[in-house]
Design a protein around this ligand. Structure first.
Ligand SMILES: C[S@@+](CC[C@H](N)C(=O)[O-])C[C@H]1O[C@@H](n2cnc3c(N)ncnc32)[C@H](O)[C@@H]1O
Length: 364
């Protein structure tokens, strides 16, 4: 270090930053352990106990090994998630904490998103290889991806579908009630489509997705519920077009990690009947890095992009637009695809995403 640089070195700033890094390490560890607690149902167990309880009681209620539960509880106490009384050695999840970590939490179950953090570690070696080779990944490189994604979109899409999402295109309720043809492009495990099929028996619903395991899951649910107006098909949407086939196409967070996102949006436009509607949910961040500092979960989303969305697109031979491709890019693609009308909405129940209603003109 030269003399000039040594004089410029701000020791207080370095110490403050080291403190922040230490906080990040603790927060990262807490997030990974929240994922574990979520998957093991521990937050629900804690929320179900009316009084503070010891580790043996909590472990028994959860059907888990006490030794591991006690260690996990220690993490949660250090992270300020769970309260601990040393005199009685008992634990309590405050109601206000359960409200964002347990079950159908009224503020959205944030422990669901902690699972993305845990997934980063599972694919770290693969990600390191991607950095070295420029290569990509496949969906089946990610254990439990579709399960996590279904829980994630269960909150942002399915939970608000009828009260918040469909009303942004006011004509849809009447048309769906009368009976129309609907496609969910990149439907994953299909929960949103299944919900619509239940609600609108006169309409016909189809879900396409690249991943056979997700499609099998969705199809099994449809069979179990004896829904006859919905079908699911494993299908690569690269180069997609079924001209004039649909009245409504929806895609829920399923465009940016495709091989050819613009091609898909253009194919969807071509596949709509005149007057048809494309309902598109995607990440609501900006394409400009500097505008995303205050965007909810921006750090987490760029990390998801590094580890998942970018490499799955590259793995299909795409350019890897990434999770944070930006609402500006999405809107430009919709206009380039030929949509006559494009509206952009941000819905209060889903601050992380943007919702577009794009209408195909009435003349062919
Ligand atoms: C982020 S997930 C969203 C899944 C679902 N829409 C939801 O909200 O839960 C993106 C989906 O796009 C699908 N996908 C990615 N590339 C695809 C392609 N080329 N063809 C069809 N589906 C694709 C993935 O398999 C995945 O299910």
């Amino acid at each position: 270090m030269n003399v000039q640089k040594r004089h410029e070195f701000d020791t207080a700033a370095a110490e403050a930053f080291a403190g922040r890094v230490a906080d990040m390490l603790d927060a990262g560890a807490a997030a990974a352990m929240m994922s574990l607690g979520h998957r093991l149902g521990l937050f629900e167990t804690l929320a179900s106990l009316t009084d503070p309880a010891g580790s043996h009681e909590i472990a028994a209620a959860a059907g888990l090994s006490e030794r591991y539960v006690r260690e996990w509880l220690a993490v949660m106490v250090m992270a300020g998630v769970v309260d601990y009384r040393p005199e009685t050695r008992d634990y309590r999840l405050p109601l206000e904490h359960a409200a964002c970590l347990a079950g159908d939490a009224p503020f959205g179950n944030l422990a669901v998103y902690a699972q993305h953090v845990a997934l980063f570690g599972k694919v770290e070696d693969r990600t390191i290889a991607n950095f070295r080779t420029g290569g990509g990944t496949r969906y089946d490189d990610y254990p439990c991806f579709h399960q996590i994604m279904a829980e994630d979109s269960g909150q942002t899409v399915t939970a608000g579908l009828f009260d918040h999402v469909l009303p942004i295109a006011p004509e849809l309720h009447e048309r769906l009630t009368a009976g129309i043809d609907v496609l969910d492009a990149g439907c994953g495990r299909g929960a949103a489509l299944l919900a619509m099929a239940r609600r609108y028996p006169a309409s016909r619903f189809v879900g396409y997705d690249l991943c056979a395991d997700a499609i099998d899951f969705a199809a099994q649910r449809a069979r179990t519920e004896e829904l006859t107006n919905v079908r699911f098909e494993t299908r690569d949407l690269t180069g997609y077009a079924e001209p004039g086939r649909w009245d409504l196409v929806a895609s829920f967070d399923a465009v940016h990690d495709q091989k050819d996102p613009l091609g898909l949006v253009a194919g969807i436009h071509a596949s709509l009947r005149p007057g048809g509607v494309y309902l598109m949910q995607d990440i609501g961040a900006s394409a400009d890095l500097e505008k995303n500092r205050d965007f909810p979960f921006a750090t987490l989303l760029y990390a998801v992009s590094t580890v998942h969305c970018t490499p799955v697109s590259i793995g299909q031979g795409g350019e890897g637009l990434g999770t944070m491709w930006g609402w500006e890019t999405a809107e430009r693609f919709l206009r380039q695809a030929g949509f006559a009308e494009v509206e952009r909405h941000v819905l209060p129940h889903d601050p992380m995403n943007v919702w577009f209603v794009a209408r195909r003109g009435t003349a062919i």
